[in-house]
Each structure stands twice: as C-alpha cells, then as structure tokens.
Ligand binder design. Structure first.
Ligand code: FES
Length: 352
C-alpha cells in the first residue's frame, strides 16, 4: 500500500515534517545599554513627556474653570467650534498621549530588551512556576530600573496621579441644581397667555395653518429666538433655548383627536408637541401618518399624537408635552399661547 500524505489536521502526532527551530537572534545591545550618557538623555526625555502630561492636566483644569462655555473660535478648515470643548479635548489628549509615549519610550530605550523564551504550559501553574513568575516579575521591575531611576519614577507617578483629576473636576457639572430653568421655555417669555408667532425652523418664516400638510412633520421655533442677537452678535443662549423650545407641528383630522383638552389646545386639527423625547432627551423625528405615532430614533419610544402624546411603546415614562396654539385673526399666522404646561424633556430630580 502506497504511503499517502495526510493533511496536517488528520496526521498522527509526530508524523509531520519538523520545522527547524530558528532560535533567537543574537542579542544586540542598544545605545542606551552601552552609553550611560545616552541612557541619561533617554531618562530626561521620558521624564519630560511625563512633565508635559502634568502640565496638560493642569491646563485642562484651568481651561475648564476659565473658558466661557459659549465662546466660539474659528478654526479655518474645521469651521466654528466651541473654545471650551477644543481646549478640554486638546489638553486631555496631550496628557494621555504623553503618558503613553513616555511609557513606550521608557520601555524601548531603558528597560531591558533581553529576548526571553517562554515555554507553553498548562493553564494552572505549579507552585514552583508561580514562585518563578514572582521572581521574574521582581527581576523585571529591577530591570526596568524603576528603583534606580527616581526621576522617572516620581514624574510618572505625578503624571498618573494628576490625570484622574480631569475626570474629578467634571463632577462640577452635576451642580448647581437647575431650579426653574427647566420649567420655562422661550414660548413663555410673554407671560401665561402671551402669544408668540410660530416660525418654521427650516425657512425662518411664520407659519400659517395651510402650511401644515397632512402626513408631514413641521419643525418650528418661537419668533425672536435666533442665532444672532438684534445687534448681530452670536446669541450665546440660542442652543440652550432651542433645546427646550423646539416643537413639531402635525395636522390631524379634528375627529381623530381623543382628548378634549388636546382638541382645545389645537387649531383645526393642527397639534404642536415638544420635539424633545421625555426619555433621555433625543430629538424625535419619525412620524407614521396612519397611526399618528411619533417615534424616537434613540430607544424607540413611541408617542401617540392623537392621544395626548401618550407613550405607547418604549422606555419613555411620560407623554410628550403639548403646546397650546391658535391663529392670529389679523395676520393669519399660527401662534403659541403661553408656555408648555409642564417641563419638556427627560426627568430631573425636582420635576415632581
Ligand atoms: S431618548 Fe427617546 S427613547 Fe430614549
């Protein structure tokens, strides 16, 4: 019977052609291994990286405390960007990068680079192996020179101790409590029955009832809420106010509306609801005309616009707040009457 060569997966143990063990290449000492001056220079470079990391962390904290969160800077190719976000990102990036770069440079230039053969063994180590492991660890620690190089040791500990402070200072954003700020929106600035013209968010023009077409979803904002102030300066409160005031207008058949209050707050079947999901505040934007359901893309909370904005599916715990609207008889524009009756958006402690 001729001897057939089996595929490797089926060959009996010990019958495969052995590979020649290439062995370890001859160890070549690095410059820092043989030149004490080069080693010192590398030590200073590593320490410098850790010091830069420390300075960057201090810069992060200083930026957080001193830069106005509404300040915008113009970065040519990147366009306009928040100065605070830019400063926090750059300083934190430098702090983390320098710790990583310092560690890599240290390992490549100063820690021992003797090649080691590690034999494979069973998962559970024998007591002797564990002892050997501890000895090797201690040997590695000794080889790294951490005991002999106090400059690196201290600067590394300093850099690593300071970096977590970046996270600690951000805790400041947990306070102060918002108080009344979340209870009022731009719609209510003229008082409880004050009227505000409803502006189409896309065109910037006032809306009339016949602009709201059945099956469409119209995003709108209050008149007077603009990106620029009247003297053409950037409106630093624009995003915060828009985040609370933005609404969606939908046209329903008046007889589809289930609740009396909802009907009274609508105009000829046009209803206005907050666009901000009551789960965790994503902007809602998917509308099913047949079911009158509004779907939040974040976690699929679904609200029934024909039933007071009630939650019919998903994690949201509260209905969407409705805004009372009417029409101005002389101009024909849709107007909001006062503010939302309840806070918009997700839960907060004192919402009640
Ligand atoms: S934010 Fe809308 S479902 Fe979670």
């Amino acid at each position: 019977m001729s001897e057939e060569k089996l595929p490797a997966a089926h060959a009996p143990a010990g019958t495969l052609d052995p590979f020649a063990d290439p062995g370890l290449p001859e160890h070549e000492p690095r410059r820092t291994d043989i030149d004490e001056k080069a080693a010192k220079r590398a030590e200073r470079q590593v320490s410098l990286l850790f010091v830069i990391s420390m300075l960057a962390t201090v810069g992060f904290i200083a930026s957080y405390v001193t830069i106005d969160k509404y300040r915008i800077v113009d970065l040519f190719f990147f366009g306009k960007i928040g100065a605070l976000n830019l400063a926090l990102g750059v300083t934190l990036g430098i702090a983390l990068f320098c710790i990583g770069a310092g560690a890599v440079h240290w390992a490549r230039t100063l820690m021992t680079d003797e090649e080691i053969v590690q034999e494979r063994h069973e998962l559970k180590s024998s007591p002797e192996d564990r002892e050997a492991g501890i000895r090797e660890f201690q040997q590695g620690a000794a080889d790294s020179g951490i005991g002999r190089r106090p400059l690196i040791r201290r600067t590394m500990i300093g850099a690593m101790a300071l970096v977590p402070l970046s996270g600690v200072v951000l805790l400041r954003d947990l306070g102060p409590l918002p108080g009344n700020k979340l209870r009022h929106t731009f719609w209510g600035r003229k008082g409880p029955e004050g009227r505000t013209v409803i502006i189409n968010e896309n065109t910037g023009k006032p809306l009339k009832p016949d602009h709201i077409i059945k099956g469409s979803l119209t995003m709108a904002k209050p008149e007077g809420l603009n990106q620029e102030t009247e003297d053409h300066q950037p409106n630093e409160h624009y995003l915060a106010e828009m985040g609370k005031a933005v609404i969606l207008l939908v046209r329903l058949e008046p007889d589809e509306i289930k609740s009396k209050k909802q009907l009274e707050w609508s105009y000829q079947g046009i209803v206005a609801y907050s666009k901000i999901c009551t789960h965790v505040g994503c902007p809602i934007g998917l509308y099913e005309q047949q079911t009158h359901h509004l779907l939040c893309p974040c976690h699929q909370s679904t609200f029934d616009l024909a039933d007071d904005g009630a939650v019919v599916f998903g994690p949201a715990a509260r209905s969407l707040p409705q805004l009372k609207i009417t029409v101005n008889e002389s101009t024909g524009f849709l107007e909001a009457v006062g503010d939302f009756a309840e806070p918009v958006g997700p839960s907060f402690w004192e919402r009640g």
